[in-house]
Design a protein. Structure first.
Length: 144
């Protein structure tokens, strides 16, 4: 948890340093063009992911599979798209890494090994439980 917090705090500094270094190497306009192109690619990835996820989920459910890896894979591709939209080259590299299927599989297996799934199951006896009725004879009834 602390590592994630530190990464979130350090990301802007890393992005600024990377942006300056890339700007020194290739110039201002190509650097800005790279940021804009990666944002457009990120938007396209996010848009395409919604429809693809729905199709994959439907197919997995029809086969009777639990689509855990399908959902995790789609979420990682969505996060990759978001990282590409965020301006900067450090997040672009992270986003591009998440677009590589073996990297996603490695991350999924790592998360799966560290995750415990708890499920609750409700079973029914099959009989319908109707309204609860108390029948009372006139002899057993008295007013207060």
């Amino acid at each position: 948890m602390r590592a994630i917090l530190m990464l979130m705090l350090m990301t802007p500094l890393i992005e600024i340093a990377t942006f300056i270094r890339v700007g020194e190497l290739i110039g201002l306009w190509p650097t800005l063009l790279g940021v804009v192109v990666s944002a457009v690619v990120g938007i396209l990835v996010i848009q395409s992911q919604g429809l693809a996820l729905a199709t994959q989920l439907r197919a997995a459910m029809s086969r009777g599979e639990v689509p855990a890896q399908t959902v995790a894979d789609a979420m990682m591709v969505f996060v990759a798209g978001v990282l590409l939209v965020v301006p900067g080259y450090f997040t672009d590299v992270l986003g591009l890494l998440l677009l590589i299927p073996p990297v996603r599989t490695l991350l999924y297996n790592h998360m799966k090994a560290r995750t415990t799934v708890v499920a609750s199951v409700h079973t029914s006896s099959g009989r319908q439980e109707g309204p609860r009725v108390i029948e009372l004879d006139d002899d057993n009834y008295r007013e207060r």
